[in-house]
Design a protein around this ligand. Structure first.
Ligand SMILES: Cc1ncc(C[n+]2csc(CCOP(=O)(O)OP(=O)(O)O)c2C)c(N)n1
Ligand SMILES: [Mg+2]
Length: 386
């Protein structure tokens, strides 16, 4: 039985020590709930997409965001316990990942998440235990324990890479293949506000644009990159970029899962099987913590506390709960679903930990033919380190 932290007007359990302080005693601000619901009614095309969602689909979006947050809590717990040294979280940005992924066709479309979009993996079918095994680098992790980046190409999820922006040209290529083969499939990747400054982003987008590929690029504008505020990196507004680039585009409230869902679905409908793409979607949100678990305090010291307050009040899970309740879904229904997902993630964490003894890391997995042989050349390692 779950012990529930302050419950009045909120559903999801809050976790002192893991949740950002702004989420701990989260109470819905009626004005923000009204704004959230008004946003969904404002655009008739998006409203129609949302209206077509049945209760099961609405609840799946809820479960997906809760799963995403609890996956992050599991990682935070391990960092605290010294099981792993650090983790990258998607806290406060769950709606951008979950809304976009649910709008795609599972088993057909392909996504390339950033590490902050880990929720894409579990929502496209990767067991949470496998995602966690990736962090533990066990021999049975999806990538054999090679590093912390896991994906499942067979499920349509490419593994993330460290160089930010690099998945833009990759996804452009995937989408080009779809177009050349005349397959009605869509490829999507998220790009951070910081990563929009890379050459890879601009080159990839220019290529995708010239080739009219069926891709969606989501600028996930969480307003910060490492310890730098977006204004220090950019002038102007991302909302102007689609027009500047001559591309179809739109803006979504990145803390409103249904708005992201509808915007992505409309974008996918537009580029699927046509030469209208690519589509550039700008999603506004905020990183409710550090770049990763190691610099939470630094982020708090660097960025204005008002930002955390403003965006903390817009917790994408809390606001969605209020919307669902206003739509007639009982809080007890949401609580039961949350309990189910909590049990699922707890069991996944246990299973992943068990892999450390059942399937320890395999040193040979760290070797790549050619490259590893090269590094073993006499003197090369010393020269590389020089
Ligand atoms: C090409 C490249 N340059 C620099 C880095 C170092 N780096 C890692 S994350 C990061 C900031 C990314 O910010 P943003 O794109 O806004 O994504 P966010 O972390 O906010 O999700 C940087 C500069 C990198 N990984 N790759
Ligand atoms: Mg950013």
């Amino acid at each position: 039985m779950l012990t529930r932290f302050p419950m009045e007007g909120a559903c999801m359990r809050r976790y002192p020590g893991f949740d950002p302080p702004e989420y701990l005693d989260w109470q819905a601000d009626p004005a923000l709930v009204a704004e959230y619901r008004a946003r969904l009614a404002a655009d008739p095309a998006r409203a129609e997409v949302v209206a077509a969602l049945d209760e099961a689909a609405l609840l799946a979006l809820y479960a997906g965001m809760v799963r995403n947050r609890l996956h992050d809590h599991a990682l935070q717990r391990w960092v605290r316990q010294g099981v792993i040294s650090k983790a990258w979280l998607g806290r406060g940005e769950e709606a951008v990942t979950i809304g976009a992924v649910h709008a795609l066709e599972r088993g057909r479309d392909v996504v390339a998440p950033m590490i902050r979009n880990a929720g894409a993996c579990h929502e496209l079918g990767m067991p949470v235990a496998d995602m966690l095994r990736g962090y533990l680098a066990t021999g049975d992790a999806p990538n054999g324990g090679r590093d912390g980046h896991v994906g499942a190409p067979e499920l349509g999820v490419l593994p993330p890479v460290s160089p930010v922006g690099d998945m833009v040209p990759v996804i452009a290529g995937v989408a080009l293949a779809f177009r050349l083969r005349r397959e009605p499939r869509v490829a999507l990747t998220w790009v951070g506000d910081g990563a929009t400054g890379t050459g890879a982003f601009h080159e990839g987008l220019a290529f995708a644009s010239a080739q009219h590929v069926p891709a969606i690029f989501v600028i996930q504008d969480n307003q910060v990159a490492l310890g730098t505020r977006a204004q220090a990196m950019h002038r102007g507004d991302f909302g102007d970029w689609p027009r500047a680039l001559g591309l179809p585009g739109a803006r979504a409230d990145g803390n409103n899962v249904l708005d992201v869902y509808a915007a992505t679905r409309l974008a996918a409908d537009r580029v699927r099987g046509t030469d209208e793409g690519p589509f550039l979607l700008v999603a506004d949100t905020f990183r409710m913590g550090g770049h990763a678990t190691h610099d939470e305090a630094e982020a708090r010291a660097t960025f204005d506390a008002g930002l955390f307050r403003t965006w903390g009040a817009r917790d994408p899970i809390g606001l969605y709960e209020e919307h669902l309740v206003a739509e007639g879904i009982a809080r007890t229904r949401l609580e039961a679903l949350e309990a189910e997902v909590t049990a699922e993630v707890d069991a996944a964490a246990e299973a992943a930990l068990a892999s450390r003894t059942a399937a320890p890391a395999v040193p040979e997995h760290a070797e790549y033919p050619g490259f590893s042989a090269g590094v073993r050349q006499p003197g090369l390692a010393r020269r590389l380190n020089a």
